[in-house]
Design a protein around this ligand. Structure first.
Ligand SMILES: Cc1ncc(COP(=O)(O)O)c(C=O)c1O
Length: 400
């Protein structure tokens, strides 16, 4: 599973006129590699349980699909405005108001091709070549890979289970001292599912303001909380960049549609980037997203399934031998310490997939330093499969 990046190892690839730029070579997104292998095994007739990729097992809400079906028949589906359809920007602004009570004008909403495109736009708009950005670790791997691909520098901030894997205002002060341009945090976090609690987010936002650092808040797992609701960074400042998406709570990963909320002064710079890089977000997906907000009842029922899976696995996995897991506050992940069994989480995950057909993601994807001791399990699948996975994992761990 772990391959050295071919671009890094062999800069002069046969069949190419020139060597490739070394600094631009990035690591694979390992979860996608695991998924490809799990899919290949499934296509070969193996009985695979998917707990590797972080995506809902359900389709988009019915109203979203109906809108898209209707638009296919009746609309031209040409380009839209680079910042997204005005009606969708309005709806997103109303959703933000309704959900958090934060007043954000639609002019500050930027519709993007998934939050993935949102990161590229935000990074390019605010960071100069060579700038660094603080990233709590463990964290979502693509942050650091996107930064590297753009000639920017990820600066990893080691967090701990005791601190619920979250950064602190002290980390912001340290980043400022090292001349970093900002910090990006996700709460609920991927891979740990943990959230910033108490005054931590307010303190981080205040420290960023004091030190003149950017705060980018990835709120893609908002809506998927099991106890207290997640707090938006918009509650603490209008200068923050909030990244969000229809992928997770709204169950629309493959539609590739998300949004940013940005300070007013950033709208035009981002618009210029979006025009040139992407022209506009996918039109059919924007139309579908207009309907997504009518599917809240369906989405809450789906979240109910996640909550049941989470409660069941927090009981069953320790019995199966994975006892070191924090009861994550949100998202649909559990991050399990497997150091009792291995110091090579990639080999461990690979063997589990081969032996019992349960696909999980090695922690090394999320934490290059300590990730060999962890795996991430995604519990967004059907309850019966999740239960079966715990049984298979338990039987397998007994033999390790
Ligand atoms: C924390 C986090 N941010 C962003 C993304 C990207 O999501 P998308 O591009 O589908 O919006 C993911 C996907 O897993 C994620 O886990």
């Amino acid at each position: 599973m772990r391959e050295e990046n071919p671009l890094k190892e062999k800069p002069k690839l046969p069949g190419l006129p020139r060597s490739l730029p070394e600094g631009r070579s990035i690591d694979p997104f390992i979860v996608m590699d695991v998924m490809a292998e799990a899919n290949a095994r499934q296509a070969n007739g193996e009985d695979i349980i998917h707990m590797e990729v972080g995506q809902p097992a359900t389709p988009a809400p019915r109203a979203a699909r109906e809108r898209a079906r209707n638009a296919l028949e009746t609309e031209r589906l040409g380009y839209t405005e680079a910042l997204g359809m005005p009606a969708l920007r309005e709806l997103i602004a109303s959703y933000v108001k309704e959900r958090y009570g934060a007043s954000v004008g639609p002019e500050r909403v930027v519709v993007t091709a998934g939050s993935s495109a949102g990161f590229v736009l935000a990074f390019l708009a605010i960071l100069a070549s060579g700038d660094s950005l603080g990233l709590p670790s463990p964290g979502y791997p693509c942050y650091r890979q996107i930064l590297k691909a753009l000639g920017l520098s990820p600066r990893l901030i080691e967090t701990s289970a005791e601190g619920r894997w979250m950064p602190s205002a002290g980390d912001v002060d340290r980043l400022a001292a090292e001349d970093a341009a900002g910090i990006l945090l996700a709460s609920p976090n991927n891979p740990t599912g943990t959230m910033v609690v108490g005054d931590r987010l307010a303190e981080i936002a205040a420290a960023c303001r004091r030190k003149g650092l950017w705060l980018i808040s990835d709120e893609i797992y908002h809506g998927l909380e099991y106890d207290a609701p997640a707090e938006t960074a918009l509650a603490h400042s209008d200068e923050v960049i909030v990244v969000n998406s229809f992928s997770k709570y709204f169950s629309m990963t493959g539609w590739r549609i998300g949004w940013l909320v940005v300070p007013e002064a950033l709208v035009r710079p981002i618009e210029r980037l979006a025009q040139n890089l992407y022209i506009s977000p996918p039109t059919i997906s924007q139309i579908a997203a207009l309907g997504a907000f009518d599917g809240i009842d369906e989405l809450e029922a789906i979240k109910g399934n996640y909550a049941r899976n989470r409660a069941m696995l927090l009981e069953e996995l320790p019995r199966a031998g994975l006892s070191d897991i924090l009861p994550a506050d949100g998202a649909f992940y559990l991050y399990a310490d497997v150091s009792r069994f291995t110091d090579d989480s990639e080999a461990f995950a690979k063997a589990m997939l081969r032996d019992v057909g349960v696909a999980v993601t090695p922690g090394i994807d999320f934490d290059p330093d300590r990730g060999q001791s962890y795996v991430r399990l995604c519990y967004s699948g059907p309850e019966a499969s999740m239960r079966e996975a715990a049984v298979r994992i338990g039987a397998w761990l007994k033999k390790q």
